[in-house]
Design a protein around this ligand. Structure first.
Ligand SMILES: Cc1ncc(COP(=O)(O)O)c(C=O)c1O
Length: 445
């Protein structure tokens, strides 16, 4: 990041830059198709919330709907709600509401269970559909850990090897012995966007299936599952889809594969006749095969209400604002942060950038090296949060700032960069002897 000539707090050129940036932020916030969508969320102006890539903010549509579900549907209708209030069909109904956001035609998305469980369904189901001679699966070498753990277990059950491969190398590494590759669309740590079309096409050319994890892309940028020919995909709903803590994940299963999909978790909700209580298992048709057991109705219906925040929103507008926000933030960090103390590990190229900026903290060369203690990035993030700027910290040195275009403002981006500059200059946080403070990270990656 370039050097600012003086503290942004002092009068002079740096303060003038800050005034210009603040004025630009105000102008940008007043314009554009998403200028008013922030009103759809419960947020306070004292906090800059840049952690929607971990837990999305609360949509205003949720509390009233959940109160209604509890008081009327559960409290009064009780068991009648499974049919009369549409509880039974909620997993596929809500799947249809997510489908347009991930480029899926109807009948291919079902909601339920955690992302980890859906990774297991997708990878094991994919292995079962793969050709007989396959001996391995590929897993994104930079994957969010749960995908790797689950994929390794699924491969072991099928007697296949697991080969970690960087997403950019998959096209070169895939062979005719590869059953599938499990790839993250956006890297949770760096915010790098992987090329879904090219990687999927390379996998198909080699006869392998493409399984994508959309946790960090759905709701933040256009996802084109059908157009890219993706076979299976999973994603969570508590980040950019704002479904709430622990809200259920989803499974995408391409129409053309649904007849062959054998669920590794063939619970009664995926049976062709769930209430027939047949001791033998006959799978339901279509995407219903992705269901397992009784759906978590309160979380599902909170998610359904949360999805109302997308009414009238074009995902292309979300993408345009996301890139503008992260560009603007990087510009402000370059202007306000002391030289050489943070380095962006998020690609500058828009085609390779998701909706977050990850800054690696570079230790202050003038400070003595300390053994143990809290890493400098952990201390910086704890101090940012104390000063009202909420991002998160990922080991060992990354500060993550998520941009959620439905509610993040340009003023947020400018203030976050300003406070970051102040914290990085503050010897109490980054100087010698400061290493015993708390380090904060979000609960979800
Ligand atoms: C990319 C990615 N995959 C999987 C998961 C795990 O999701 P879950 O806790 O819902 O199983 C996360 C969690 O943040 C994630 O970021």
């Amino acid at each position: 990041m370039s050097e600012s000539p003086e503290s942004p707090m002092s009068p002079g050129p740096a303060a003038a830059v800050a005034r210009t940036q603040a004025a630009r932020a105000a102008e940008l916030d007043a314009a554009g198709p998403l200028a008013t969508t922030r009103d759809r969320f419960v947020l306070d102006d004292d906090t800059v919330y840049l952690d929607g890539n971990s837990l999305g903010a609360l949509p205003r549509s949720v509390p009233g709907r959940i109160a209604e579900v509890i008081h009327h549907e559960w409290g009064e209708l009780r068991i009648r709600s499974w049919t009369e209030a549409g509880w039974w069909t909620a997993p596929e109904r809500i799947g249809e509401k997510i489908a347009p956001l991930i480029g899926a035609a109807p009948g291919q998305v079902v909601v339920g269970d955690s992302t980890s469980v859906n990774v297991f369904k997708a990878v094991t189901g994919g292995i079962r559909m793969a050709g007989k001679g396959c001996t391995e699966i590929l897993v994104d070498a930079t994957t969010f850990p749960t995908d790797g753990y689950v994929a390794r277990s699924a491969a072991r059950m099928a007697g296949l090897a697991v080969r970690p491969v960087e997403p950019a190398r998959i096209a070169d590494e895939v062979t005719e012995r590869t059953a599938l590759a499990l790839v993250n669309h956006v890297d949770y740590r760096t915010g790098e966007l992987n090329d879904m079309a090219a990687i999927t096409s390379a996998l198909h050319t080699a006869g392998a299936l493409a399984v994508w994890d959309l946790c960090h892309s759905a709701g933040a940028l256009p996802v084109a599952l059908d157009a890219c020919g993706v076979d299976l995909a999973v994603g969570c709903t508590y980040k950019y889809l704002n479904g709430g803590p622990g809200s259920p994940a989803y499974l995408y299963l391409r129409t053309g594969l649904q007849d062959q999909f054998e669920s590794p978790l063939p619970g009664w909700n995926s049976h062709a006749d769930p209430f027939g209580m047949d001791p033998g298992y006959t799978p339901a048709d279509g995407i219903l095969r992705g269901r397992v057991g009784t759906p978590d109705i309160l979380s599902l219906l909170a998610l359904e209400a949360a999805l109302e925040a997308w009414e009238g929103v074009a995902i292309e507008d979300v993408r345009a604002k996301s890139l503008a926000l992260s560009d603007f933030f990087l510009e402000c960090v370059a202007a306000y942060a002391p030289a050489g103390r943070v380095r962006s590990v998020t690609p500058a190229d828009h085609r390779r950038r998701g909706s977050q900026v990850s800054l690696a903290c570079v230790p202050d060369p003038s400070a003595p090296v300390e053994e143990g203690g809290t890493p400098v990035a952990g201390r910086v993030m704890a101090e940012l949060i104390r000063r009202g700027v909420v991002g998160d910290f990922r080991h060992p040195d990354v500060l993550r700032f998520g941009f959620t275009p439905l509610y993040t403002t340009f003023a947020d981006a400018e203030r976050a960069a300003w406070v970051l500059g102040e914290v990085l200059r503050d010897p109490a946080t980054t100087g010698p002897g400061s290493g015993s403070g708390p380090a904060l990270g979000g609960a979800a990656g």
